[in-house]
Design a protein. Structure first.
Length: 218
């Protein structure tokens, strides 16, 4: 029986890790549509056939690279003890921080799009589709459920706020330390928050009882 190629989206073993690391190194300053799979295999020091066996299509390798970034960002719990909106802000900023090593490559992609290079469109579209999916994990990390139709609406709203902040982030200089993009993200979250229909359990616990409510026994 012919063995079908299997995409390794985690890069968890040694060879897979080398391939993902090689792709990440190339993407540091090069747009995805300019990175050849042969260059990735050469940098990872693996045969091109091994790269094909693990990632039979280019989007599979791109997902592996993005997933490695997000796994690292989601590895630690959100630390702030503030409101759910503050927790969501911290969670989403971790994703922007994880993208810092690839900022120049992303800027080059944006420049190519402005120049009318249609070859950049598939990678951008794939990144947007993946990003829309993975943002649900960052919302969950902040303690906000994303199940059901309400969850889908929350992901869509957060995606719009995040993309607005991402555009600001791409134009930021290193010395700004993401100050402008954080402010843009905070403003975006403030705009969508009334539509998120999120109830803060901590606020409900700390709210004083209304008149007529039974008082706790002492």
């Amino acid at each position: 029986m012919v063995r079908k190629p299997q995409a390794n989206l985690s890069g968890s073993d040694d060879i897979g890790g080398r391939i993902v690391a090689a792709a990440q190194a190339l993407l540091a300053d090069t747009p995805w549509h300019r990175v050849s799979l042969a260059d990735v295999a050469l940098r990872a020091e693996v045969p091109l056939s091994e790269l094909y066996r693990r990632y039979p299509v280019r989007p599979a390798l791109m997902c592996a690279v993005l997933r490695a970034i997000d796994m690292k960002a989601l590895d630690q719990p959100v630390e702030t003890e503030g409101s759910l909106r503050e927790r969501l802000l911290e969670s989403l900023m971790r994703r922007l921080d994880g993208l810092v090593p690839f900022k120049e490559g992303m800027r080059e992609t944006a420049r190519d799009l402005r120049r009318g290079h249609v070859s950049a469109l598939p990678g951008v579209a794939m990144g947007a589709i993946y990003g829309n999916y993975v943002l649900g994990w960052y919302i969950e990390a902040a303690g906000i459920p994303v199940q059901g139709l309400t969850g889908l609406a929350r992901v869509k709203l957060v995606s719009m706020a995040f993309m607005g902040a991402l555009r600001v982030w791409l134009d930021e200089a290193p010395e700004e330390e993401s100050a402008r993009s954080m402010a843009a993200l905070d403003r975006g979250l403030a705009r969508i928050w009334p539509l998120m229909h999120v109830r803060n359990p901590r606020a409900e616990e700390e709210a004083p009882p209304e008149e007529g409510d039974p008082q706790p026994a002492t």
